[in-house]
Write a protein that binds this ligand. Structure first.
Ligand code: ATP
Ligand code: HMH
Length: 268
């Protein structure tokens, strides 16, 4: 039996299965890796929003991380919902000692605007977590929250990425998913840059409101591709293609915003 590429997600649980740990593990499977998880929080969540959230103790996060890293081994890590300053600091310290690519999705609020990170944790994200990142993948709200840069049109993405890079990640992937259709000309545009190279990731914008989990899916797809040995630009391009297909096939489930389809490729 060959040894499979292994990817780890450090994130919160989404009971609805579209975002969080569930999105990450499905994505890692769909992209041919063995996915593992360190749970940071449990949310009661569905297509209508987040009805409750409970954080795990730092000790439980550390123990899960050591269990998988020290025995099974990981070739790439992705982080998502980290909930509090204490957990951001705990995870940043664990990642600082790990020599594999790290994708940081600095999750701030859910698609419905429910908070998934305490305001008091923002400073630790800027000063402790982002410096550990091989790639940081903020959406436009997270860019504004972390850097103060407000993106209104595609041309602003360059300034936003530069402000993210100032906090120390090797690459910034700023997601333009939230740019409105009239400013983004029917495309979903993201910018990946390390300050020297620029890669514009463009895909058709799908008129599908069932986009729950897009950000988690993109970040964990990048981690899976990095675990398989891709460079960062290769991983980002493959992840963009995967998330675009998942959005196109998004499920109308629940009364609100349904989940993307992580299994779209498996269905042929
Ligand atoms: N309607 C759409 N059609 C095609 N691609 C989209 C659409 N909406 C978002 N995307 C793409 O999906 C990816 C995730 O971006 P988005 O800005 O939605 O992340 P996010 O806000 O972090 O997601 P989440 O709601 O999971 O937190 C990006 O590559 C973005 O360009
Ligand atoms: C647990 C969890 N992580 C991340 C997101 C991203 O929006 C979400 N909705 N829920």
């Amino acid at each position: 039996m060959p040894t499979p590429p292994r990817a780890l997600t450090v994130a919160g649980s989404d009971s609805g299965g579209g975002a969080g740990i569930q999105a990450d593990l499905k994505t890692m499977l769909a992209l041919g890796t063995h996915g593992m998880s360190v749970l940071t929080a449990v949310t009661a969540q569905n297509s209508l929003g987040v009805q409750g959230a409970w954080e795990l103790p730092a000790e439980a996060v550390r123990a899960q991380f050591r269990s998988v890293v020290d025995d099974i081994g990981v070739q790439a890590v992705k982080t998502g919902m980290l909930s509090s300053a204490a957990l951001v600091e705990t995870v940043a310290a664990l990642l600082a000692d790990l020599d594999v690519p790290v994708v940081i999705d600095p999750v701030g609020v859910s698609k419905h605007g429910d908070p998934l990170l305490a305001e008091s944790a923002l400073d630790a994200v800027r000063t402790k977590l982002l410096p550990t990142a091989t790639v940081a993948t903020p959406n436009l709200d997270e860019v504004a929250q972390l850097t103060g840069v407000h993106v209104r049109e595609e041309a602003d993405l360059r300034r936003a990425a530069a402000a993210v890079l100032d906090h120390g990640p090797r690459w910034a992937l700023v997601k333009g998913g939230h740019l409105t259709a009239d400013t983004a000309a029917g495309e979903a545009v993201d910018l990946l840059t390390d300050g020297r190279e620029e890669h514009w990731l463009r895909a058709p914008r799908h008129d599908n409101r069932h986009t729950h989990g897009t950000g988690c899916t993109l970040a964990s797809a990048i981690a899976a591709q990095l675990a398989k040995g891709d460079t960062v630009p290769q991983a980002a391009a493959a992840a963009k293609e995967y998330v675009t297909g998942a959005i196109a096939a998004g499920f109308r489930l629940g009364a609100g915003i349904g989940p993307v389809d992580h299994g779209w490729r498996l269905r042929g």
